[in-house]
Design a binder for this molecule. Structure first.
Ligand code: SF4
Length: 78
């Protein structure tokens, strides 16, 4: 089970969630900028991967980038 205490330190906490739930990298730029120096980028990303969240920007990656990362991880795991 993922400890969600990291949410308290998220750069996006209290912000407009619509910024994060857009399709495509171009539209996601504002969210990706916020993620860039977010202190909880790693747990945020791992949470999204564990929960198989297939929409929006999480952990500094769009859904497409997360799918690509997941494929690379699975390929490495064999
Ligand atoms: S990495 Fe991005 S989406 Fe995740 S908590 Fe930080 S600002 Fe929010």
């Amino acid at each position: 089970m993922n400890d969600r205490g990291w949410i308290e330190r998220a750069n996006c906490r209290g912000g407009d969630p619509d910024v994060f739930f857009v399709r495509g990298t171009t539209h996601a730029r504002a969210a990706l900028r916020l993620c860039q120096d977010c202190p909880v980028q790693e747990p945020c990303l791992e949470y999204a991967l564990e929960q198989e969240i297939d929409f929006g920007v999480w952990g500094g990656l769009t859904e497409r980038q997360r799918r690509s990362l997941q494929r690379r991880r699975l390929a490495r795991a064999g």
